[in-house]
Every structure is written in structure tokens, then in C-alpha cells.
Design a binder for this molecule. Structure first.
Ligand SMILES: [Zn+2]
Length: 313
């Protein structure tokens, strides 16, 4: 049973917003393209694992959580968590193009690209070890002493992986069912205890809070960001607000095009938005109209009078 789905990562949406808004030719644009590609590849790989898990039928009850953020001392992010009456299992999903060599000392994954370049990344085994430790501690705090297993999953069988000494199983998505069936099947929990644990996991989930673009790339200044509402039909920037709707030169009329623009603003600047900044960004003069737009976008008011700001949560 799938208890929690996966959403497209915030970094991908942030890159979309940045690429829509940065002035053409800005040096950060290339970095955003690269980040977006990585994020999409990672997400695509995780979705392949989700598809296998959605089809998988275990002999006993099983609960599946995708993309889970938990806190036990520090915050940790699990690509996939499975709970059964007998065990918990963490899957660490990797989608790395080129050839991957996993080394023990120092714990690294060296990625060798098609053109022979080498790039060192953190070892997936070390990452899994750390997540196993933290999740065992998390269960211990809740007096649920079930065994915890883990595996590293490479999302595509075409990925070339070498590991001198594999301290954890390395799987491709098709191997996951066999791996899960091979885990000890001695029930430790009753079904109602498993359900209670699943509820605790969901309640403890802390969504990842994406940092805004201008703190990730401090070289991006306000002047680098194009203001204005983007037309949902033609993609042109600078729709005009009149008669309670947005109008574009392409004859598109929208009552809600500001919602996407406000989303862009938060991905880029973050924090609190003032009425004045909102008017400047959307290109409206009327402060009451701006306030209505921010309310209709679901923003929350904080503070009073001229110090009032609007927030996403
Ligand atoms: Zn248009």
C-alpha cells in the first residue's frame, strides 16, 4: 500500500522559475540548466523505482513511502522507505550517467563520463549507512525495535557500476521484488502496530524547504530578474491588468496569471513579500488589487500596517 507519493523536486521548479526570469545570457542560467537536468534525472530514476514498488505484491502487508524527510538529531531524506510486519527497508536511489566506481577508502563514488572526465561524489554506501543509523535511532525513540535493511538501487540497468567491496546490496529496479522476498519474514509487529508506525512516519514527515535562488546564487541581483506577469498562452512577459483580468497582446485573458508569477517570486527571492514589492513585480498600481491577488494566491499576511508582509506558509 502506497502511503506517500513522490512530488517533482522543488529544485526543478526553482530552476524553471529562474530560467523564465533571468535576463537572457545571465551566467547563472547555464548552472540552472545543469541543476535542472540533474534533478530531472534523479526524479526520473526514483519514478522507475516507484513504478516497481507500485506493482509489487508482498506476501504480507507492506507500507510504502516515497521521498520522506525525518528528523532524528539531524534531518535526513529517504528516497524510499518500506515497512512490513517483519522489517523496515530503505532504498537509496541513484541515477548517474557514465560509469560509476564506488570506493571504500575514502568513501566515494567516482563518476567517469563518456569523454573520460572523472568526478567524485559521496559514496552511496556511506549515505545509506548514515540513513540506516538515523532511522534505527528514530525507531528506537518510538520503542519499535524492528530490523532495518537497506539497498542501493541504480535506476537504469544500462548504468555501469563497479564496487570493490559492496557493503550493501546494489540492485536495479527489477531486482527489488527478489530482494524484498529474501528478507527475513518473521513478523515482529501486529498489523495494527504496523499501521500505527505508518501513521507516525507520516506525521513525522518534514517536507524539504527549498532555499530561494538568490541565496543559492548571491551573484543574482534584483536587476537581473525580469518582472511582469507571464502569459500562459504565448509565454510573453508583461501582461496588463485591467477590468479585473490579465490581458496579453496575443488576446489571451486570464484572471489568475499572477499566481504563477508570485510563485516565481518566492522561488527566486523567498521570505516575505510586501505590497509595494508585489506591485513592482506584477506591474500593477492599485495596492488593493495587489492585496487581493496575494490573497487569491493563498499567501498568508503577517505584521501590521506598513510592515505587513505576505508569506507562503
Ligand atoms: Zn500571450
Amino acid at each position: 500500500m502506497i502511503m506517500k507519493d513522490r512530488a517533482r523536486p522543488g529544485i526543478g521548479k526553482l530552476c524553471d522559475a529562474g530560467l523564465r526570469r533571468l535576463r537572457p545570457g545571465h551566467p547563472v542560467a547555464g548552472k540552472l540548466e545543469e541543476r535542472r537536468k540533474q534533478a530531472e534525472a534523479g526524479f526520473g530514476g526514483e519514478e522507475r523505482v516507484d513504478a516497481v514498488l507500485a506493482e509489487y505484491r508482498h506476501r504480507d502487508s507492506i507500507r510504502i513511502f516515497a521521498d520522506l524527510g525525518l528528523i532524528c538529531g539531524s534531518r535526513f531524506q529517504l528516497d524510499a522507505l518500506l515497512l512490513s510486519r517483519s522489517w523496515a527497508c530503505l532504498l537509496e536511489v541513484k541515477n548517474i550517467s557514465g560509469r560509476s566506481v564506488i570506493r571504500d577508502i575514502p568513501p566515494q563514488l567516482v563518476r567517469i563520463t563518456k569523454d573520460g572526465r572523472e568526478e567524485a561524489l559521496g559514496s552511496p554506501f556511506a549515505q545509506l549507512d548514515s540513513h540506516l543509523m538515523l532511522f534505527r535511532d528514530w525507531l528506537h525513540e518510538r520503542n519499535t525495535p524492528i530490523p532495518v535493511y537497506g539497498a542501493v538501487v541504480f535506476a537504469y540497468p544500462s548504468q555501469m557500476v563497479e564496487a570493490a567491496d559492496a557493503s550493501h546490496p546494489i540492485l536495479f529496479p527489477n531486482n527489488i521484488p527478489f530482494f524484498l522476498r529474501s528478507l527475513p519474514a518473521q513478523p515482529v509487529l501486529e498489523v495494527h502496530e504496523l499501521d500505527g508506525l505508518a501513521r507516525q512516519v507520516l506525521a513525522a514527515h518534514q517536507p524539504y524547504v527549498q532555499r530561494p535562488l538568490c541565496t543559492m546564487y548571491p551573484q543574482v541581483s534584483r536587476a537581473d530578474i525580469r518582472t511582469g506577469v507571464i502569459c500562459p498562452d504565448c509565454g510573453g512577459i508583461g501582461m496588463r491588468w485591467r477590468d479585473r483580468a490579465w490581458h496579453c497582446g496575443c488576446e489571451c485573458v486570464s484572471r489568475s496569471a499572477h499566481i504563477e508569477a508570485l510563485r516565481d517570486w518566492f522561488f527566486i527571492f523567498g521570505g516575505g513579500l510586501t505590497n509595494e514589492e508585489c506591485r513592482r513585480f506584477l506591474g500593477v498600481d492599485d495596492r488593493h488589487a495587489a492585496r487581493r491577488m496575494m490573497k487569491s494566491a493563498g499567501l498568508i499576511e503577517r505584521g501590521k500596517g506598513r510592515w505587513k508582509t505576505y508569506h507562503q506558509y
